[in-house]
Design a protein around this ligand. Structure first.
Ligand code: ADP
Ligand code: MG
Length: 253
């Protein structure tokens, strides 16, 4: 049974998509069967894998509308070796359409029932809000990976996320926070180091040892649609995500 991990944080720009993409690529390169699911109408993950969201037959939208169909029909094997269920701009209107469905938080979980047996890792990339798509991601996941940007107030967003996880536990009792990733770190600055220290004091072993530095290659890679591990394999960003994958495999492998 594959591990379903949701990269959740209701703030944008903290590294959810970059982490999903970069980790997913490393794991696939190591021979793990990896499926990435883009639940954000902005389609950053889809585009980061070189897939044009306007030229798709199916997206995660059709999966959520027809969960009994499973996921294979909407899954693309990308040139990087990871499988992707892409997002499309349609998804922006889907939230309203899905809002009236019975069991609307459990659509993705239902759709993944068979799919879970076919992958080692399924990584979910929700949008930066705690709306229906994020609830679907949390309810489908075994564990939440929280990317936390090393900025002032980084910890301020945690109580709301923890409350939401608590709520989702009513329908998915075994949901846990699987780990916290310090992202966009600049260890030359006191602020970054102080925030990292605060996060480690508060969350202890939940925080991965690996820290993801600010690295220009990580910002460039999605603009060419190539994961960092292939675009700049020796960059600090690629090495950090490879180390994070080691830690993840030690926890879940
Ligand atoms: P989210 O999915 O949480 O909104 P992203 O992963 O899309 O965040 O990151 C936001 C922006 O920051 C993107 O343009 C991305 O390329 C860039 N970025 C993310 N992580 C890094 C990093 N470690 N170093 C440099 N740029 C990064
Ligand atoms: Mg994103």
């Amino acid at each position: 049974m594959g591990h379903v991990l949701a990269l959740a944080m209701q703030k944008g720009g903290v590294g959810k998509t970059t982490t999903t993409l970069s980790l997913g690529f490393v794991l696939a390169e190591r021979g793990r069967r990896v499926l990435l699911i883009d639940l954000d109408p902005q389609s950053n993950l889809t585009q980061g894998l070189g897939v044009d969201p306007s030229a798709l037959d199916y997206s995660v939208y059709e999966v959520l509308l027809n969960p009994e169909r499973g996921t294979a029909f909407a899954t693309i094997t990308t040139s990087s070796g990871v499988d992707l269920i892409p997002s499309s701009l349609d998804l922006a209107g889907a939230e309203l359409e899905l809002a009236g469905k019975v069991g609307r938080e459990l659509l993705l979980r239902k759709a993944l029932r068979e799919t879970r047996t076919k992958y080692d890792y399924i990584l979910l990339d929700p949008p930066p809000s705690l709306g229906l798509f994020s609830l679907n991601a949390l309810a489908a996941a075994d564990a939440v990976l929280v990317p936390m940007q090393m900025h002032a107030y980084a910890l301020k967003a945690m109580p709301q996320l923890e409350q939401t996880i608590e709520l989702v536990r009513e329908i998915q009792p075994s949901l846990v926070i699987g780990g916290i990733v310090c992202t966009l770190a600049d260890r030359r600055t006191n602020l970054s180091l102080q925030v990292e220290q605060q996060v480690r004091e508060q969350y202890g072993d939940l925080v991965f040892t690996t820290v993801i530095p600010i690295n220009v290659k990580l910002a460039e890679a999605p603009t060419v649609g190539i994961p960092i591990g292939s675009y700049a394999p020796h960059s600090a960003g690629a090495l950090a995500y490879a180390a994070l994958a080691d830690e993840l495999e030690a926890r879940y492998g």
